[in-house]
Ligand binder design. Sequence first.
Ligand SMILES: O=C(O)C(=O)Cc1ccccc1
Length: 313
Amino acid sequence: MHGTYTQLYKLCRSVGIMIIGVLGPRGSYSDHAASLWLSKEYTASPLKDISLKYCDDIIDTFNAVILTNADLGIVPVENSIEGSVGVTLDMLMEHEIHIIGEVVVPIEHCLLSRGKIEDIRVILSHPQALGQCRQFIKSHFPHAEIRTTGSTSHAAKLATEFEEMAAIASRDSAGMYGLNVLLCNIQDCNNNHTRFIVFRKKQEDDDLAWKTCSGSVAETDDTAKRDLPHRTSIIVYLDRDRPGALYDLLGEFAIRKINLTRIESRPSKRILGDYIFYIDFAGNISDTIIKDALNSILPKAGMMKVLGSYEMM
Ligand SMILES: O=C(O)C(=O)Cc1ccccc1
């Protein structure tokens, strides 16, 4: 199976097709995020040059880029109701990837089924979607069996099999899989948005953009894009547990008036109570002030990984 995919990728690349890994099947929110991103980035070039590879889950989407040479991957990273997508953060730490863009997608979950509301015994969806509709499920279907799936569109596909099954998924996937929309906008807060990241495999010179000093070649590329507001994402591990270590690290941003847009901790998986930090901030790694901040953090950190700078949405 793996060999067949690899041959297919080689063929696509040889004829100039860009392959993008997303959560499948068709109709997932990741699929929608990919369309939005492509329409923004590739307005001039025809979409026939792009081929989406539908992956079973987020880990497979990373593998498509890391192992089977998909050019890009698009995965959810955080949601305004449910917070971080833990598996995405873990994969960002585990693999050598480079973030090149982000897409923010408004999410309106619907309850889809072949049957009627009173038939529903089983509710299927991606864990993030189930989390975003936790109160809805508890109040409307307190006795339903809950089953998790790799994506919301996979849930919709499965729900076509039995009338007692309902999927929490997008309105688009109802049309694609021939399901009825029983209820719409069922998430626990009206304002529901998910941020997706667009990434590729890390290249050797990606780190030169912040490791080289002012006036170097790396600093001068892509000047037009640098004028748009950018976000930079890094991962830091502090190694030695000491009072004020995080304060000290964050101070490097504060003294330069760099605006942090997100900070998230995740277990290091070494020992209980040991964490790595995911930090996003406004600015581009090609900017001198950002380079200075990163180069000042480097000696204070046990490990620092720069994930990339990309246009803010
Ligand atoms: O399952 C999907 O459709 C995804 O793309 C993951 C997801 C699930 C719920 C909200 C946003 C993204």
